[in-house]
Design a protein around this ligand. Structure first.
Ligand code: FAD
Length: 469
């Protein structure tokens, strides 16, 4: 087999970065070659660790000249294998960790690609501001990765995805040239928007080296609650009421199936039942307002009336920060707590919000027909019409046999999603894992246009070649 990266290219890349700028040490490489769920493992002849945009430009330039493929990697929390190399050069942004500026008058923070989301939150709070994107992986996920996957999370309902939160991007394009696009403008209507093409490009159109991001005021009042409903249709009615009652101040509206609470109680030390009884479905709801006491008052009105009407079965409003954190912890551990259960088929789908109830009914029935005794765990961002629909192997069953049927299961789910006008990947992207499946749902017109854009920027397809169209 021909090596993807010739020896002379490896020597040139090493010499341009110097001894601290690369590694071939198997122990250093190991954590970067396997994804979070241990599902994908990869290999690379060389890990590049550039410290500046100029160094990224130099190495990408060499790769472009030699037609050598590159896989960019941030915090390695991606869930669709886009960051795991299979013989390509691995370019990590871990050494580009500077916050270049935080400016409360422009409400902007400029962070390099390797800065974690948690560090951005901290820097924003340092000047009395907030960056509202929130994901359970925020201690590791980086700005470069979040931009490149157009990440979503638990506050999209109010603030949108990365697409809505990025004001500017600096990136090294596939030919090695630097796009200096770190604008801070709220309005810039000057034709095609290259920044938006790079957002969600999953490393196929260049290497993001920094981004300027929108900041928001810290809000004075915040109410966090757990509520229980009999079925998702009731949750959708409650969501509509919550938006109206709070004047659009709902930040979080997350759905969790009972089985997800059971897994957290079983596997997360210190976890406790959120409500006294047990119910089929739960909601984590957060309302936030700039006016003192307003969020708490809106939450009380919303839940009080819903209890009276019988729309919800029970509810509790957090009475302290610790209680709010305990509610959040249940939500944030939904993925980790299912890991010990064995093999899982994961689907990250969206439909119009009104279609979610039908999706859950039809998809659950389809999976029960396809794999009797499988266990369906649905949870996620109901407020955005985005559900993580996970199908676990039968208890005590054969994990490998379950894994082997993953693609067939995905096709059944994805057909239901398409029928409802939804998306087969709501927030995790396509990566190397879902690209082929996604082609089933894109028209030839769209695919041709997307491929033409990529070919124009990267004629030799050196950037993340196994990812996207
Ligand atoms: C527990 C858990 C919870 C999660 N919750 C959410 C959630 O709520 N919402 C959500 O959207 N995602 C979620 N994710 C997925 C993941 O955290 C996001 O996709 C995140 O944006 C990935 O960031 P990263 O830095 O880890 O990128 P990586 O995993 O390293 O890379 C992801 C993709 O981006 C590309 N890339 C990375 N850095 C760059 C760069 N600088 N330039 C160009 N391309 C680059 C890679 O090549 C790859 O294709 C979750 C993951 C975990 C493990």
């Amino acid at each position: 087999m021909t090596a993807l990266v010739p020896a002379d290219v490896i020597s040139r890349l090493k010499s341009v970065l110097g001894p601290d700028g690369w590694s071939q040490d198997p122990d250093r490489l190991a954590p970067k070659l396997v994804e979070w769920r241990d599902r994908w493992a990869g290999h690379t002849p060389l890990l590049l660790l550039p410290r500046s945009t100029a160094e990224v430009s130099a190495v990408v330039g060499i790769c472009a000249e030699a037609r050598t493929p590159i896989v960019p990697q941030g915090g390695n929390t991606g869930l669709v294998a886009g960051q795991i190399p299979q013989g390509e050069v691995l370019l990590s942004l871990e050494k580009m960790r500077a916050i270049r500026d935080v400016e409360p008058f422009d409400d902007v923070i400029v962070a390099e690609a390797g800065v974690t989301l948690a560090a951005v939150h901290e820097a924003a709070e340092g000047v009395g501001r907030r960056f509202p994107l929130s994901v359970a992986s925020e201690g590791s996920a980086t700005i470069g990765g979040l931009v490149s996957t157009n990440a979503g999370g638990t506050a999209v309902l109010r603030y949108g995805t990365m697409r809505d939160l990025v004001l500017g991007v600096e990136a090294v394009l596939p030919n090695g040239e630097v796009f200096h696009g770190l604008k801070r403008l709220r309005k810039d209507n000057t034709g095609y928007d290259l920044k938006q093409l790079l957002i969600g490009a999953e490393g196929t159109l260049g290497v993001v080296t920094a981004a300027s991001l929108k900041l928001f005021p810290l809000l004075a009042s915040r109410a966090t609650a757990f509520a229980a409903v009999d079925e998702p249709a009731d949750a959708i009615t409650l969501l509509k009421r919550a938006k109206e009652e709070s004047g659009g101040a709902v930040e979080t509206f997350e759905l969790i199936a009972r089985i997800g609470i059971d897994f957290v109680l079983e596997h997360v030390p210190g976890a406790r039942e959120p409500l006294e009884g047990t119910y089929p479905w739960y909601l984590l709801i957060e309302i936030a307002s700039g006016e003192t006491g307003a969020a708490e008052a809106a939450m009380e009105r919303l839940l009080g009336k819903a209890l009276e009407d019988g729309l919800i079965r029970d509810a509790a409003i957090a009475q302290s920060k610790a209680q709010a954190q305990a509610f959040w912890s249940i939500r944030e551990h939904q993925s980790a707590a299912q890991k010990p259960q064995g093999s899982v088929w994961k689907h990250d789908i969206s439909t119009p919000i009104s279609g979610i109830s039908r999706f859950l009914i039809e998809a659950t029935a389809a999976m029960e027909r396809f794999s009797p005794d499988c266990r369906v765990l649905a949870f996620g961002h109901l407020g955005d019409g985005n559900i993580h629909f996970d199908v676990l192997q039968p208890k005590g069953g054969d994990g490998a046999a379950h894994t082997a049927r993953r693609d067939d299961a995905a096709r059944i789910i994805d057909d239901i999603v398409a029928e409802l006008g939804g998306s087969i990947s709501a927030e995790h992207g396509l990566g190397a894992m879902k690209t082929l499946e996604a082609e089933r749902f894109k028209s030839p017109v769209e695919l041709d246009a997307l491929r033409a854009i990529r070919a124009a920027l990267d004629p030799d397809r050196i950037m993340n070649p196994r990812v996207l169209f």
